[in-house]
Design a protein around this ligand. Structure first.
Ligand SMILES: *Cc1c(COP(=O)(O)O)cnc(C)c1O
Length: 459
């Protein structure tokens, strides 16, 4: 151990070491993720079915279960070089504070203005929209990171960007909104009165503060009813996981430089894009029987898609206009309790990760939000970075595992994804700092209510 090469605090790759291809983990999956279904016919969505909604090249990526490596276009490589490679950090200070023999690494994706990994896919989706000659894109945003990333990407390629922002976030995070407007996006609180579905939801639920599923329906409606526009999504879809593999490929290249093999890989899971991106190259080795890793998804106990959801076909949105996806889901009507503050509030989960989880290739844990913010605070004080609440779910479990190593004396190597920074989440931090943050775990009866609304589809 004493002879071990000293690992630097940060392992940087050079610009030339940014991967030139994304890795498509579906190519190595024996059980492929289930296809998206047309909500009208319940038949798998074809390229033609998807054309009114998504850009052509992105549909090809969405439907491609067999090509293992897909070239990253030069224009995207150029943009990636503005903020990538992202650092892989050895958490020496956290290890010391915990007194653990575990070796902890984190891949930090918060080093860009959007404050998260979402820019990795936003730039790709804006690029293909531009290349197809479109005028603009529409999308939803919850906490605001995705909308910010997409407005940056749209500004870069000179296309229009319309963002439907969940009303409660629109009101709680006015500065997020201004960042998006600075990059030229229009931002509308959802549900709005501008769309048919928005008017319907407002009529049925007066005073509603909105949800992601509802904002998705509005954004899709506007895209499909406006000439030259398409809809883009920041997580869940196969294409988004594909783009996010730049995270895992860089992390693996950096670890390989020092001959480090993680025992455990941990990531937070909302729709599954950062986790899918981080683990894909490692999962590929696992699927091909070349190596083994313990892989852990972490989700909020108040929105427990993996740990308490059903693996079933469900709607991706409240208005039921999107294709059906087979995924771990809490039901498209599920809305986390009002005190939920830590993000990761989507009712479903990536179909790729859902299949891998169902096949036993990864595990999942749920954690309560006060324990998440406790971990966030501890991390901020020793490692310097103020983490996003979402990312802090992964920090929580990384700390828990490092503390287990302290008890057993095991020197495990832990890698986790630090997806972003939390500067716009100060209302949630304030609740924690004031000691008024509470936890809520939905009852089985509450979950059953939204399971009852799952569409009846033979899965
Ligand atoms: C959006 C977001 C997440 C969750 O989304 P995934 O698609 O599950 O990765 C996690 N962390 C941050 C900082 C985010 O912005």
């Amino acid at each position: 151990m004493g002879e071990e090469k000293k690992i630097p605090y940060k392992i940087y790759l050079s610009e030339d070491e940014i991967p030139r291809q994304w890795y498509n983990v579906r190519a190595d999956m024996k059980n492929k993720p289930a296809p998206l279904l047309n909500p009208g016919t319940l038949k798998p969505m074809t390229f033609e079915d998807l054309r009114p909604v998504f850009c052509d090249e992105l549909i090809k990526q969405e439907l491609d279960d067999t090509t293992p490596y897909i070239d990253i276009p030069d224009e995207i490589m150029d943009f990636y070089k503005m903020y990538r490679p992202s650092p892989l950090v050895r958490a020496y200070f956290l290890e010391k504070a915990l007194g653990t023999p575990a070796k902890i690494y984190y891949k930090f994706e918060g080093n860009n203005t959007s404050g998260s990994h979402k820019l990795n896919s936003a730039i790709v989706q804006a690029y293909y929209a531009k290349k197809q000659g479109l005028k603009g894109v529409t999308t939803e945003t919850g906490a605001g990171q995705w909308g910010t990333a997409l407005s940056m990407a749209s500004a870069y390629f000179g296309i229009d960007c319309k963002v439907y922002m969940v009303k409660v976030s629109y009101e709680q995070k006015p500065f997020r909104r201004e960042v998006m407007r600075t990059y030229g996006a229009s931002v509308t609180p959802s549900p709005s009165m501008e769309t048919e579905i928005g008017r319907k939801i407002n009529a049925e639920h007066p005073g509603t503060t909105g949800s992601l599923g509802c904002a998705i329906s509005e954004a899709v409606e506007v895209a499909t009813h406006t000439e030259g526009y398409r809809y883009v999504l920041g997580s869940v879809l196969n294409q988004v996981l594909l783009h996010q593999t730049v995270i895992g490929l860089e992390a693996k290249a950096a670890l390989d430089k020092y001959g480090i093999k993680p025992d455990m890989i941990i990531g937070c899971a909302g729709g599954g894009s950062n986790l899918g991106g981080l683990i894909s190259p490692f999962m590929g080795e696992k699927l091909r029987g070349e190596a083994d890793y313990q892989i852990i998804a972490v989700e909020p106990a108040s929105c427990p898609s993996f740990t308490r959801g059903k693996y079933a076909y469900d709607f991706c949105d409240t208005g039921m206009v999107c294709p059906l996806a087979k995924m771990y889901t809490l039901g498209s009507n599920f809305i986390p309790s009002a005190n939920h503050a830590g993000g990761l509030r989507y009712h479903g989960m990536s179909p790729i990760l859902s299949q891998l989880y169902d096949d036993g290739f990864m595990e999942a844990r749920s954690v309560e939000q006060t324990s998440v913010f406790e971990a966030a605070q501890q991390f901020a004080r020793v490692e310097g970075i103020l983490p996003a609440p979402e990312s802090s779910h992964a920090i929580r479990v990384a700390i828990d595992e490092a503390l287990k190593c302290k008890e057993t004396g095991e020197e495990k190597t832990i890698l986790f994804g630090l997806t972003g920074t939390g500067y716009f989440d100060m209302v949630a931090y304030q609740k924690y700092n004031d000691g008024v943050m509470t936890d809520y775990i939905p009852t089985d009866a509450e979950l059953q209510k939204s399971f009852d609304t799952l569409p009846k589809v033979e899965a």
